[in-house]
Each structure stands twice: as structure tokens, then as C-alpha cells.
Unconditional design. Structure first.
Length: 266
């Protein structure tokens, strides 16, 4: 492939429910991914000339994004605004190019990022809300009385502080021998409540910011916090897992549907 001369930085939002993650699986779209569909649309706009799509984060199947960032490289010079309109007219309704601007050839959506922000949305309603089931995880924290939910939320809020800093997150991620180091730095981990919909007023979220994340690391952290709230593990076990390489996880990973990529910082 010849070097592609025209480059664009784009911000992408997508609802990941219908996709097998971000990364093209190389199966000609038999298992559709967000990268595959964007690449196909880009090739169509460029009359099937070579193009490249490289993102900052490889979200897993079922994970959503409000602020995914990617670099598009093409062989045709197209005004950024026109390219954005053209792509949005051809993409499915659950994928949108939110921003599009020319960028330098050396820009890397992944390597140039300084931090990534995710949110994990979860609902504590006694009965799950069907209208939100694909973007908010329904979680049962206890078999006890409803009044203990506030206490359990506070337990998780206090535990968030134990993950902040630089640790070896081997015990909170999928084992990947291709990864050179499993040490990562967490800048923030906070518990909040949102009123983004009047369908439910009992939706909460963890917001986590880090310089980078291992595969499924956030979902394992959230899963451990849920197990802590249920009383199935204690904070000492979480602290120990941050110092050890454990093949047996403290908990199952939280469901993909609650995880949203919010922002990439540069």
C-alpha cells in the first residue's frame, strides 16, 4: 500500500449492542464490527481506493462509545465537513461521526493520548427497565432489605480509592501474553448518580480515568466492586489482588452493556 496523503481526526459515537467490538475481525463483516463498517463506508466514499482507520481504543463486543477517537487516512482530498456528512449519510443509525478535522500525518489516536475516560452505568431498580437494558446494566447488590442500598453504594465509593495509582492489574484483566506489562496507572475512579433519563431515577455510574487499560480490566474492577458490596469479598482481598498475579479472579467481569467510552484526552 502506498502512503496515504490525507489524514483526519474524528470523534465517533456508537451503540455497541449490535457489534462484535471495535476491531475488524478480518472475516469480511460476518461478525460486524464498528471499524469494519466505518472502513467500508470510507472506501465507498473514496471510490474503493485504499484507506486506513485506526482508533484510540479497541472496545469489546457490546461496549458503547460517546468519544472514541480515530485517525482516517485516505488517498482523496475531501473537505472535513463534507467527509463527515457523507459518512453519516451512509453509516447505520447506531454509529455517528461527531467531529471531523484534518490532522498531521504523524498523529496517532492511540499513542498520542494521555488518558482515557470510561463510565460504567448500572441500575439498582428492583425490576430491570427494558428500555435501558442494552446500555445500562441491571445489578442486584443484595438479598437484603432495600434500605441497605445506600450503605452498599458508600462501601463501593470508599473502595474506589484503593484502585487509584499505579498497580499491576494482572488479576483484573484477561491474560494476554502479547502484553509486555500489566502495570497501569488509574488517575480517577469515582461513583456518581445520573438523571439522564426519567425512565429510572436509580441509575449510577463508575467513572474511571487512566493512562491506558488492559483488556476487560474495567469490567473486572467493576465486578469486584459489586462483589464487595454484596459482602462476598472484602477490601483486603482487593488490595492483595493488586499485589499478586492471580489466575482465579475475585469476581466475574461486569456485563459489557454498561460500559461506555466517554472521552480520549490528548
Amino acid at each position: 500500500m502506498q502512503p496515504l496523503p490525507y489524514h483526519y481526526k474524528v470523534v465517533i459515537s456508537y451503540k455497541g449492542s449490535n457489534y462484535f467490538g471495535w476491531q475488524d475481525l478480518g472475516d469480511s463483516g460476518k461478525k460486524p464490527t464498528v471499524q469494519f463498517l466505518i472502513t467500508q463506508v470510507l472506501r465507498r466514499i473514496c471510490k474503493f481506493a485504499d484507506c486506513k482507520v485506526a482508533a484510540a481504543s479497541r472496545t469489546d463486543a457490546g461496549v458503547h462509545a460517546r468519544g472514541q477517537v480515530a485517525k482516517l487516512s485516505i488517498s482523496v482530498d475531501i473537505p472535513a465537513g463534507k467527509l463527515q456528512l457523507g459518512m453519516n449519510s451512509l453509516l447505520p443509525d447506531d454509529i455517528r461521526i461527531e467531529e471531523c478535522a484534518h490532522c498531521l500525518p504523524e498523529f496517532s489516536a492511540n499513542r498520542d493520548s494521555v488518558s482515557k475516560v470510561y463510565r460504567y452505568y448500572f441500575c439498582l431498580d428492583d425490576v430491570s427497565t427494558p428500555l435501558l437494558n442494552d446500555i445500562v446494566a441491571h445489578v442486584n447488590l443484595s438479598n437484603g432489605p432495600r434500605s441497605d442500598k445506600t450503605l452498599k453504594l458508600e462501601t463501593m465509593r470508599q473502595a474506589c480509592e484503593h484502585f487509584i495509582g499505579e498497580y499491576d492489574f494482572y488479576s483484573f484483566a484477561v491474560n494476554n501474553k502479547q502484553v509486555k506489562s500489566t502495570v497501569r496507572r488509574i488517575l480517577r475512579l469515582e461513583l456518581g448518580q445520573t438523571n439522564f433519563s426519567d425512565i429510572t431515577n436509580n441509575t449510577h455510574y463508575f467513572e474511571i480515568e487512566g493512562s491506558g487499560f488492559l483488556r476487560q480490566m474495567i469490567r473486572y474492577i467493576v465486578g469486584a466492586l459489586f462483589e464487595l458490596a454484596r459482602g462476598n469479598i472484602d477490601i483486603a482481598e482487593i488490595d492483595a489482588a493488586l499485589r499478586q498475579h492471580n489466575e482465579n479472579k475475585l469476581s466475574a467481569k461486569a456485563k459489557a452493556r454498561g460500559l461506555h467510552l466517554i472521552q480520549i484526552n490528548y
